[in-house]
Design a protein around this ligand. Structure first.
Ligand code: NAP
Length: 235
């Protein structure tokens, strides 16, 4: 197991849900944190650099990365977590939702890596964790655009591995099934809060992220797929 104490991480979409759980777990391990979200919440983590950062805007990501590196002198871990979802038959999906999913999930991922990569390369022992989804591994009904955005994240991260491995940067797709956050109640899901009961928790996902990050540096986990016991493994 590799210790994370003293490492520096940037988490996008850190204000709630999985991003907040990952941030808290990393803080417990002694990781210094840059926390970005539109809300700019610091989660009460002492010493964290929290600022408003909409991942649709590459300049805001540049500023977020710069603030983190200015504060801590380096960047070792990038958690690409900011994400949105909206569901329903493809032709019934409001164009605004289509644009937002592509802008946040796809472009936001690319912009974040562009901004952070020079510093991760400098680190030489770095990790990129992409919070993709089961929807990035298989087509799911009524999730065509969300799946498109998550397949894009998975493909991007997989392809990046080829160029970054030799520089000591590990690239991992973390692909959970249903997680009980606000996200699971997004438009078109048709779910009530009761549906959250059978899902995994954001802390369950944070555990997996921690497991990935603490593997010895002589190997890397390319993808993790995990689902709640209430979800079948098909479709
Ligand atoms: P969530 O509870 O809705 O949280 C989403 C986070 O993303 C919030 O912190 C939000 O903060 C941030 N965000 C949204 N739009 C943003 C933007 N334009 N710029 C910056 N930050 C933005 O969702 P979650 O369940 O934690 O999901 C996190 C990630 O896990 C997503 O990528 C999602 O696709 C993935 N995932 C979720 C599930 C699930 O079932 N929940 C399953 C598999 C994968 P602000 O509103 O403050 O900006």
């Amino acid at each position: 197991m590799t210790t994370l104490d003293g490492r520096v991480a940037l988490v996008t979409g850190a204000s709630r849900g999985i991003g907040a759980a990952v941030a808290r777990r990393l803080a417990d391990e002694g990781v210094k944190l840059g926390l970005g979200s539109r809300r700019g919440d610091d989660l009460g983590i002492v010493g964290a650099v929290a600022q408003s950062c909409d991942v649709r805007d590459s300049e805001q990501l540049e500023r977020m990365v710069a603030a983190t590196v200015d504060a801590f002198g380096r960047l070792d871990i990038l958690v690409l977590n900011a994400g949105v979802g909206a569901y329903g038959p493809f032709l019934e999906l409001a164009p605004d939702f289509l644009e937002e999913m592509i802008d946040v999930n796809v472009k936001g991922t690319l912009y974040a890596v562009r901004a952070a990569l020079p510093h991760l390369l400098e680190s030489g022992e770095a990790d990129i964790i992409t919070l993709a989804s089961e929807a990035g591994r298989r087509g799911l009904p009524l999730e065509a655009v969300y799946c498109a955005s998550k397949f894009a994240q998975v493909g991007f991260t997989r392809a990046l591995d080829h160029e970054l491995r030799e520089h000591g940067i590990r690239c991992t797709n973390v692909c959970p099934g249903g997680v009980a956050t606000d996200f699971a109640l997004e438009p078109g899901r048709g779910r009530t809060k009761e549906a959250l009961a059978g899902m995994m928790s954001a802390d369950d996902v944070a555990d997996v992220v921690l497991f990935v990050l603490t593997r010895p540096r002589n190997h890397r986990i390319l993808e993790t797929a995990f689902r709640p016991m209430t979800e079948a493994s098909w479709g």
